[in-house]
Write a protein of this length. Structure first.
Ligand code: B1M
Length: 225
């Protein structure tokens, strides 16, 4: 059983020291000792990043340090976490459903959204990833063009939440609201916000996003054509 507190502290120290080698070897060692890649991402990387954000907010560190920490995490994901998840969980099954993912307009964060995309893919979903800073009209047009089942929006910035509401309003105005299930996630969205803008569900983690999408698709398959 991994000692997550200790691993988080060690990773935090590596990120603050801008020590990519230490961060990568910590990840490799934790996985070699039995932690799953998703556990490591959720219970070690995510809390370490939250702490980086807290230190940024309290002005203990500055933007360049947050940028380097994010780059190191990106390399950990690309070189250690993602290959292990893909190897361990790649699904042979037919498509479980098609999900559009987008970071809300104005939001350039993408570490969490990329993990959601990865976990959906290895669990058999087709993912249309529109990336970062996606305006509402591009989300709606993308859903129509790609004929997705589910629209997934993410935001880490409270200033970008209004664009999620704009997307819901646009779906409503075009008579498309019932055509798509809509889920949101990312640290900025709260249950109150999700309820207010009328989305179908909110996911707190990437694994939860997969569970929600599965349950939405199971519900859709039971509906008469
Ligand atoms: Co920024 N940043 N950042 N940042 N950054 C935050 C978000 C912040 C909370 C830090 C803080 O002050 N405490 C703060 C936002 C405050 C607020 O709005 N309330 C903030 C700020 C202010 C900013 C800038 C404005 C700083 C500046 O320029 N002065 C700027 C904004 C840029 C922009 O977007 N326009 C900025 C920039 C950056 C970097 C570029 C340096 C970098 C991002 C690099 C990158 O993503 N490629 C960065 C980082 C790294 C962070 C923190 C430290 C970490 C973010 C992260 O990756 N978290 C962050 C602090 C924090 O999060 N508390 C912070 C880990 C990730 C796994 O979590 O994305 O929430 P998350 O995803 C989770 C779940 O939420 C869920 O699954 C994921 C995995 O389990 N999930 C979904 C996510 N999407 C989902 C969708 C779903 C379902 C579940 O369904 C569709």
């Amino acid at each position: 059983m991994a000692d997550w507190n200790q691993l988080q502290n060690e990773l935090l120290e590596a990120l603050l020291n801008e020590d990519e080698d230490a961060a990568l070897s910590l990840a490799r060692q934790a996985l070699a000792e039995g932690a799953t890649p998703t556990e490591f991402f959720t219970d070690c990387i995510t809390p370490a990043l939250v702490e980086i954000g807290n230190r940024f907010e309290s002005l203990d560190i500055y933007l360049p340090e947050m940028v380097v920490a994010a780059e190191i995490v990106q390399h950990m994901n690309d070189e250690v976490i993602q290959p292990q998840i893909t190897a361990a969980q790649a699904s042979q099954a037919a498509s479980q459903g098609k999900v559009l993912l987008a970071m809300a307009q104005g939001d350039l964060h993408d570490i969490g959204k990329n993990m959601v995309a990865l976990l959906l893919r290895v669990n058999g979903f087709e993912v249309v990833d529109l990336g970062i800073n996606v305006p509402p009209q591009d989300i709606v047009a993308g859903a129509e063009r790609e004929q997705v089942d589910i629209i997934g929006m993410s935001s880490l910035l409270t200033t970008c939440l209004p664009y999620m509401k704009d997307t819901m309003d646009m779906l409503q105005a075009k008579g498309l609201r019932d055509k798509y299930a809509v889920i949101v996630g990312g640290a900025a969205s709260t249950p109150e916000f999700s309820a207010r803008i009328g989305v179908d569900a909110q996911g707190h983690t990437a694994a939860e996003a997969v569970r929600i999408c599965r349950s939405i698709m199971a519900g859709r398959r039971q509906q008469p054509a």
